[in-house]
Design a protein around this ligand. Structure first.
Ligand code: SAM
Length: 169
C-alpha cells in the first residue's frame, strides 16, 4: 500500500460541489484523494494533480479527465496556465509525508532504519537534510525549528538547534 489517505470521503464531500468543475489535488501521492474526486466528477469535470516526488508518478490514473503534474504545487498557477486553466472550482492539499516516503529507508524520512539523512521529496533537487544539519548555522537551524514549532507544535527549538551545533564540534 503506497498510502492510506485519512478523512478521504469527508474531505472530498466538502470539496466537489460542482461535478462539471475543475479541481486540483496538490498532493497526489498514492492517488487516493484524486480517485475519490474523479468518482464525483461528470464527463465534463477535470482534475489536475501535483506531486514533486517521481515515485508518485507510478500511481498515475488512466482517465481522460485527469492530468498528473510532476511539479511543486507552489508553481500551481503557472502550471495550470500551461494547460489553459485560469480558474478552478476547488483545491485539496493533503500536506505531509506519504507512508511510502516513510517506508523507503533510503529516502531518509524515518528514524526506524539506519539510513542517509536525506528527506528530499524531490530527489532531483540538490539540498538535502544532511547538508542543512551539517552546514547551516545555529541561527538558521533555529529559524527552521521556529517555523516547525508554529506548524507542527514542535517544541524546544532553541535546545534542538543548540544540541545539533554542539554535535558538530
Ligand atoms: C500525505 S501524501 C498525500 C497522499 C494522497 N492524498 C493520497 O491519497 O495518497 C503527501 C504527498 O504530497 C507530496 N508533496 C508534499 N509537498 C509537496 C509540494 N510542495 N509540491 C508537490 N507535492 C508535494 C509528497 O511527495 C507526497 O507524495
Amino acid at each position: 500500500m503506497y498510502h492510506n489517505p485519512v478523512l478521504l470521503k469527508q474531505s472530498v464531500d466538502d470539496l466537489v460541489i460542482n461535478p462539471d468543475g475543475i479541481y486540483v489535488d496538490c498532493t497526489f501521492g498514492g492517488g487516493g484523494h484524486s480517485r475519490e474526486i474523479l468518482s464525483r466528477l461528470s464527463e465534463k469535470g477535470r482534475l489536475y494533480s501535483f506531486d514533486q516526488d517521481l515515485d508518485a508518478l507510478n500511481n498515475t490514473i488512466e482517465d481522460e479527465r485527469f492530468t498528473l503534474i510532476n511539479q511543486n504545487f507552489r508553481f500551481l498557477e503557472n502550471s495550470l496556465l500551461m494547460y489553459g486553466v485560469d480558474g478552478v472550482d476547488g483545491v485539496l492539499a493533503d500536506l505531509g509525508v506519504s507512508s511510502h516516503q516513510f517506508d523507503e529507508a533510503d529516502r531518509g524520512f524515518s528514524i526506524r532504519s539506519n539510513a542517509p539523512l536525506d528527506m528530499r521529496m524531490n530527489v532531483l533537487q540538490s539540498l538535502d537534510a544532511k547538508k542543512v544539519i551539517n552546514e547551516y548555522e545555529e541561527e538558521e537551524l533555529a529559524d527552521i525549528f521556529t517555523i516547525m514549532e508554529s506548524f507542527a507544535r514542535q517544541e524546544n527549538w532553541q535546545e534542538k538547534s543548540y544540541t545539533i551545533e554542539k554535535q558538530k564540534e
